[in-house]
Design a protein around this ligand. Sequence first.
Ligand code: KIV
Ligand code: NA
Length: 277
Amino acid sequence: RKKVTIQRLQQLRTQNVPITMLTAYDYPSARRAEAADIDICLVGDSLAQVALGYSSTTLLTLDEMLYHCRAVSRGAQRPLLVADMPFGTYQLGVRDALDAAVQLVQKGGMEAVKLEGNEEIIPHVRALKDFGIPVMAHIGLLPQRHASLSGYKVQGRSAQDALHIARSAKALQDAGAFSIVLEAIPSRLAAHITQQLSIPTIGIGAGVGCSGQVLVQDDALGVWAGHKAKFVRRFAEVGKEAAKGVEGYALAVKEGTFPAEEEGYAMDEEVFERFKK
Ligand code: KIV
Ligand code: NA
């Protein structure tokens, strides 16, 4: 199986073969993505909530992101490796964005970066691309702006908002983005944008008419018992199984049924007697 490149993603788009993208935050989740032949592995800043227990992605630092990127790059080689630019690493300007993106490549082992935003990130996209760091844009619902958006809500439902999103998509493509994530926008708007563009769109809560799909791996595996967004499908119930396992272990230790004799190491009786003397 060959390494996934940007050119390969373009091929998949033109051949109408859906692109698979999934988040990974550590070595085992990266190994799972690789084993399932996932095309794009995203070290999403959703790791703030899912793996680190923060209340928002805005609390995640670049150093924390780098630590997780390194683990993912040890676990997955074939997928295209993309990292989110953490909140605060690109708002102050293009120089900061370049500095952070270079670290994600050099220290994190990433191949591309993802940035949330509309026309305001165009200079960043252009500069990163010019210096050889591929950029994936992310439009529609922007989780890093949950406060100014008053929550995590579907975007682009009015004609005016839809037009803004569609224009952003086109402008980000023209600035050099190699792909665009469309989050939580109406399916028919996402399909329309996908038709208008010549780069692959990756949807999350954006319907089947995108060039590919992305989910948070922990959501797809049911690691959480918490809130499930409308667009999440649970492909496994890992959380329930894991809870069962931990309860079973604790009970067996308390009952004295773990470990059993065959789970221990034997010692020759005679040797033991000699030792005691
Ligand atoms: O952080 C993340 O996991 C993401 C994807 C859900 C697109 O940005
Ligand atoms: Na993200």
